[in-house]
Design a protein around this ligand. Structure first.
Ligand code: FES
Ligand code: FES
Length: 176
């Protein structure tokens, strides 16, 4: 029988202790023990990116890490992104995905948001090509990606303090 191990890490700003088997994947710990169900399980084979979280300042697919590797780490999930929203509203990225219709079923969205968040931390003014390259490890079966790219551009503008306006025809019509 596998001996269980205590692992301590910071999750969305809170010290968190969990007891896990050595073989447990971080995505399972986050969802089942920490009850952070934002990160999704799409493939468990590192292909889809639905499980993406920020881990010690890097984007990581949390199905590729053992929880024991998180000892002492700083982990942020999409729940942490939501906590960063000013005044209880939406974070710029959440607003952007809504305004630009960057999602349909939403299954890929938590991973997309976290991957985009790390991009904008490192490059606040990415080109379309840079966005597409950066997001290439996150798969979406619904949107065709165009609106995801537009959403990242919208969030980048908003986070830089520039005026933002949706380019989506439905949202533009709703505003009039
Ligand atoms: Fe982790 Fe698909 S569930 S990459
Ligand atoms: Fe459905 Fe991306 S919105 S998988």
């Amino acid at each position: 029988m596998n001996k269980k191990i205590m692992v301590s890490f910071e999750l969305n700003g809170k010290e968190t202790d969990v007891v896990v088997e050595p073989r447990e994947l971080l995505i399972h710990t986050l969802r089942e023990k920490c009850l952070h169900t934002g990160p999704h399980i799409g493939c468990e084979t590192s292909h889809c990116g639905a499980c993406t979280v920020d881990f010690n300042g890097m984007s990581v697919k949390s199905c590729t890490l053992l929880t024991v590797q998180a000892e002492g780490a700083t982990v942020m999930t999409v729940e942490g992104l939501a906590q960063m929203a000013q005044g209880g509203g939406l974070h710029a990225l959440q607003e952007a995905f809504m305004q630009e219709h960057g999602l349909q079923c939403g299954f890929c969205t938590p991973g997309m948001l976290m991957r985009a968040w790390r991009l904008l931390q490192e490059n606040p003014d990415p080109t379309e090509e840079e966005i597409r390259y950066w997001m290439a490890g996150n798969l979406c079966r619904c949107t065709g990606y165009q609106n995801i790219v537009k959403a990242v551009q919208y969030a980048a503008r908003k986070l830089r303090g520039e005026t933002v306006e949706t380019s989506h025809p439905l949202m533009t019509a709703a505003a009039h």
